[in-house]
Design a protein around this ligand. Structure first.
Ligand SMILES: [Zn+2]
Length: 475
């Protein structure tokens, strides 16, 4: 027996009728604002070449670690979901088999944001009106597959339909940025910009670090045998990324540690980490200190060139060793670590924290630090802003906890709107919509308790949905 798929117009709004009416009115004012997506992981090749997405499984399941990590946790092998293996050994290739397996397990997503996002994609993007389960799997596959073959479902058409005003992708420091060039040269006026994520040449524990630094220097025409040459190469690549539209840098570090060493200590440390981590070369502490020093250098360069800096610290990447070895990175095995910002950021803040030219946007997966560390820091230092609830906390409850814990000390205007941070392109409007609904629900509560007049709540709702993100990211 099939069950209906219907998105309730009041979803995520307060159950109390009076507060719900305020939330509805606030939402009415922001629901159709354009989407500004300042941080994410969509593939610029989609927008450069505008080719059809191949099939439902390769679009919605195979690349989405939110989806397959849940199935994996219930014993579904990644091979059977078509996730490519590192050594090229065979995995499931039949997209319809992959789709059916996903459909059989769709109940696992009950109560999760993935379920909300996917239901939105099914209902709003593809017009499906029955719930996904084993009995409707074939129907779903056929409807989605047929749609993907039509011009209206090409990447650029969807970009325009979704009302995206600007979207940022994220590229590594050795990326030639050819897809971004192709977008600009194509004459299409969709705004797709890159962001500079230099982690592979900043983290000495990256496999092949020294070779990557050598290539980094070669591309820049700089002699990276000295620390000064290495920094000059960063300046070159930052300028190259800015030409491809970048307004921001992004740093994914094991911790938020920063340092401000003397030039002599920097030079010596640089040579140790270039020799490799372990055995004859640098220690793990050296690697951590080098990453810490580079964050401060990046802040200094942001003061010079105006790029907004984002810090995404404290994730234990690829925690599952067997999955890492068989399938590689980004396979749903990343697990949050405790965060510490107050001591860690002090060297950087002592140097640049009061400089009005710096914007440093902080993210965390450790919710304990919202009220204890992050809101007090951002509520004081002019350079600091708080990024939205990130990753595991990009969820209705995560958003509620963020506003509850950060607003009273940091206010609304030290936050920067919403980031979808996703590679799941079709879910982008759903993710922004959840954020807008949750912010309206939160503001409605303040209005109902006479803590904020309704006309001001309308201004805040608009700021959270649109104005703050454009200002913070200079988009
Ligand atoms: Zn990201």
């Amino acid at each position: 027996m099939t069950r209906p798929l219907a998105l309730h117009p009041d979803r995520l709004f307060p159950a109390d009728p009076g507060t719900r009416a305020i939330a509805r009115a606030l939402y009415e004012g922001v629901k159709d604002l354009p989407i500004v997506s300042p941080h994410g992981h969509t593939d610029p090749a989609w927008f450069a070449y505008d080719e059809p997405f191949p099939n439902p499984a390769s679009l919605l399941i195979v690349p989405d670690h939110y989806v397959f990590r849940m199935l994996y946790s219930q014993g579904v092998p990644l091979e059977s979901l078509g996730v490519p293996s590192v050594d090229g050994s065979p995995v499931e290739q039949d997209p319809r088999k992959i789709w059916n397996l996903f459909a059989q397990h769709y109940h696992l997503f009950r109560g999760t944001p993935s379920r909300m996002w996917l239901d939105w994609v099914f209902a709003e993007v593809f017009g499906l009106d029955v719930l996904l389960d084993e009995s409707t799997a074939d129907h779903y596959y056929e409807v989605i597959d047929a749609a993907l073959k039509t011009p209206a479902f090409r990447p650029r058409a969807l970009f325009e339909r979704f009302g995206i005003e600007a979207i940022a992708t994220t590229e590594g420091p050795l990326d030639p940025l050819a897809h971004h060039r192709a977008i600009r040269e194509s004459g299409w006026n969709g705004r797709v910009v890159t962001a500079y994520r230099p982690d592979p040449v900043v983290d000495p524990e990256t496999p092949g670090f020294a070779a990557k630094v050598a290539k980094f220097g070669e591309m820049a025409g700089e002699d990276v045998s000295t620390y000064a040459g290495y920094l000059a190469a960063h300046r070159f690549h930052r300028a190259r990324f800015r030409e491809a539209g970048a307004t921001s840098t992004d740093h994914g570090h094991p911790s938020a540690l920063t340092a401000d060493l003397s030039p002599e200590d920097c030079e010596a440390l640089y040579h140790r980490v270039l020799a490799g981590v372990g055995e004859a070369g640098a220690s793990k502490q050296d690697a951590e200190l080098f990453r810490a020093q580079i964050l401060t250098e990046m802040a200094g360069m942001s003061v010079e060139d105006g790029m907004v800096m984002q810090l995404h610290p404290a994730v234990h990447r690829s925690h599952n060793q067997a999955v890492l070895e068989r399938f590689g990175r980004d396979k749903g095995g990343d697990i949050p670590l405790p965060g510490e910002f107050v001591q860690a950021l002090k060297p950087l803040l002592d140097r640049y924290g009061n400089d009005p030219r710096l914007t440093l946007i902080l993210f965390t997966l450790d919710e304990d630090v919202y009220s204890r560390e992050l809101a007090p820091l951002a509520g004081h230092y002019p350079s600091l802003r708080l990024g939205p609830p990130w990753w595991f906390h990009d969820s209705p409850e995560g958003m509620r906890r963020f506003r509850e814990r950060a607003t009273e000390t940091g206010g609304f205007y030290n936050t920067v709107g919403f980031n979808d941070d996703t590679r799941a392109f079709l879910s982008i409007p759903a993710r922004h919509d959840v954020a807008r609904r949750m912010d309206c629900a939160w503001l409605a509560q303040l209005v109902a308790e006479h803590r904020l007049p309704e006309d001001e709540a309308h201004e805040v709702a608009r700021a959270l949905a649109y104005d703050l993100v454009k200002a913070a990211y200079k988009l």
